[in-house]
Design a protein around this ligand. Structure first.
Ligand code: HEC
Ligand code: HEC
Length: 251
């Protein structure tokens, strides 16, 4: 299991291409399932194939790229599983794993991870200048009206822990993950349901803005209540297809 340990500890494995790393990760996941005896058919047991990458309880490694799943809004996680299956997000190994699963099972998986209570690690320090941090804070909390950029907090919640039913929190995510997601929206690699407000916002951010918001967000202290909050009742600054206003019948 030496290779599996390397994968788990996020050490780069020399001489391996990405697809080979994927195959080993899948193999390790199966080994982990096989080694865990006695086998109990619980959701936690069935999710070992996922937690091989996402961490034992669906929690990202502090320095890692794998996003945390624990405690994120169920509808948000559900949309992401559909997005991987349907090609709106691209990560081949995940697409392969969720491809054979029914919508109902994906929703069950989403609810399983949403219900996990796992403490957040303390934010890791990042290398950024004071101006960069100030720029990041301004964009996240107040936006930039001159450029038509709404504050991130207007949709992600004033505590930035997300808003029910489907807007995720922005704290406790690694800087690299934030940069990569905003970059993927800019280039069209990541999509959400239309109207895709995040694609629009990411395209209006300059690369320096993305670096600044990611640095600021990644270093914020996690509030005591990490849960997504109920909508404030204020209209969103723009429409988002994946977070439609409540209709009384959410699915
Ligand atoms: C080989 C490692 C790996 C495995 C195995 C894996 N994932 Fe992932 N997962 C990732 C990575 C990397 C991302 C981020 C991809 C990106 O850049 O968009 C991700 C993203 C996600 C997201 C989106 C999270 C967010 O905040 O937007 C969800 C939900 C998710 N995975 C669930 C699962 C589930 C459920 C399984 C098991 C069926 C699983 N993953 C198996 C690596 C993995
Ligand atoms: C108009 C509302 C709105 C605004 C303003 C907004 N967001 Fe979002 N954001 C969303 C929604 C809705 C999603 C979920 C999209 C999906 O389902 O994939 C999201 C998702 C994200 C994600 C993905 C999180 C993950 O775990 O993968 C990131 C990162 C993000 N937003 C960053 C930002 C930043 C940074 C800003 C400010 C510059 C911002 N957002 C402003 C609505 C908004």
């Amino acid at each position: 299991m030496g290779l599996c340990d390397d994968l788990g500890s996020m050490k780069p494995i020399p001489r391996l291409r990405r697809w080979q790393t994927f195959l080993i990760a899948a193999g390790c996941a199966f080994l982990q399932v096989a080694a865990a005896a006695p086998f109990e058919d619980t959701m936690a047991q069935r999710m070992l194939a996922c937690t091989a990458c996402h961490g034992p309880q669906g929690r990202a490694a502090a320095d890692g790229y794998y996003p945390r799943l624990a405690g994120k809004p169920a509808d948000y996680l559900y949309h992401q599983l559909l997005n991987f299956r349907e090609g709106r997000r691209v990560y081949p190994l995940m697409a392969q794993m969720v491809d054979p699963l029914s919508d109902a099972y994906l929703l069950e998986i989403a609810e399983h991870f949403a219900g996990l209570e796992v403490p957040y690690p303390a934010p890791a320090p990042v290398n950024a200048t004071r101006q960069e941090m100030q720029r990041g804070e301004q964009l996240v909390l107040r936006g930039d009206a001159a450029r038509g950029l709404p504050a991130c907090a207007a949709c992600h919640g004033s505590a930035l822990t997300g808003v029910l039913p489907a807007t995720p929190g922005l704290l406790g995510l690694p800087r690299d993950y934030l940069n990569a997601q905003l970059g993927a929206w800019r280039t069209g690699l990541r999509k959400a349901h239309m109207p895709d407000c995040m694609a629009d916002i990411a395209r209006r951010l300059a690369p320096e803005d993305i670096a600044a918001v990611s640095a600021w967000l990644a270093t914020q202290r996690i509030p005591t209540n990490t849960h997504a909050v109920a909508p404030s009742g204020m209209p969103l600054p723009q429409r988002c297809g994946s977070a439609p206003p409540p209709t009384g019948n959410r699915r």
